[in-house]
Design a protein around this ligand. Structure first.
Ligand code: PGA
Length: 247
């Protein structure tokens, strides 16, 4: 009942030529039975709208402003993203939280702004290594989740996807084991059930952090892991396709 969703997060990578090559290569490899999304840097989104037009791949952005419009130099609004044809937006990625000051509160506001224009937020939660080692994992991810829930409510959250991304597993080559990821995914579902048992069942929860073609199948086989948010391995169309097709 929860169709698999696999999201490429290109981060600050790509070029006009590389993006075109990526889409051509991915399309030539044939369809997959998951929902696939590519989140490209803002400046390439318009190009990607055109490139993805006749494909089954949906387009997403990597961030959006919490503000609607106005004097916010350098920001890109959710409405602009929706205007050009973006359907998804990653919010609260740990790199935004740790490097660019995105607090729980700001992530919640961004989520509200994205929902207001019909975008589908992919809300990231995850603990640092220090937090894991001091047994704070569930406290941290539940705090991050509840900040968004308090702002947008159960109805708002029902239009979101959650992504559990342990910070220690991102870009490190050190993925969480399927069992460790499953534990946190199940705990997130338990937390959601406190607010809405129905939402706990329907919410797609993605795992992110060093997912590769070689470990995707074992992660995706876990009962509460509904797909992945893929960084490094999504830069190669062949690898992303293999992850989308992992069984
Ligand atoms: P990674 O990144 O796959 O390179 O670990 C995942 C992410 O940051 O979304």
């Amino acid at each position: 009942m929860r169709n698999r969703l696999v999201v490429a997060n290109w981060k600050m990578n790509g070029s006009l030529q590389a993006n075109e090559d990526w889409v051509k290569t991915f399309a030539a490899l044939g369809g997959t039975d998951c929902d696939a999304v590519v989140c490209a840097p803002h400046v390439y989104l318009m190009q990607m709208v055109l490139l993805l037009e006749d494909t089954a791949v949906a387009l997403g952005a990597q961030d959006a402003s919490e503000f609607e419009a106005g004097a916010y130099t350098g920001e890109v609004s959710a409405r602009m993203l929706s205007d050009i044809g973006c359907r998804y937006v990653i919010l609260g990625h740990s790199e935004r939280r740790s490097l660019f000051g995105d607090t729980d509160e700001r992530v919640a506001k961004k989520t509200k702004a994205a929902l207001a224009v019909g975008l589908k937020p992919i809300v990231c939660v995850g603990e640092t290594l220090q937090e894991r080692e001091s047994s704070q994992t569930l406290r941290v991810v539940n705090r991050q989740l509840n900040a968004v829930l308090a702002e947008v409510g159960v109805e708002g959250l029902s239009h979101c996807t959650l992504a559990y991304e342990p910070v220690w597993a991102i870009g490190t080559g050190r993925s969480a084991t399927p069992e460790i990821a499953q534990q946190v995914h199940a705990a997130l579902r338990t937390e959601l059930a406190l607010h809405s048992p129905e939402l706990a069942q329907t919410m797609r929860i993605l795992y992110g952090g060093s997912v590769k073609p070689g470990n995707a199948a074992s992660l995706f086989a876990m009962p509460d892991i509904d797909g992945g948010l893929i960084g490094g391995a999504a830069l190669k169309a062949e690898d992303f396709h293999a992850i989308c097709s992992a069984h």
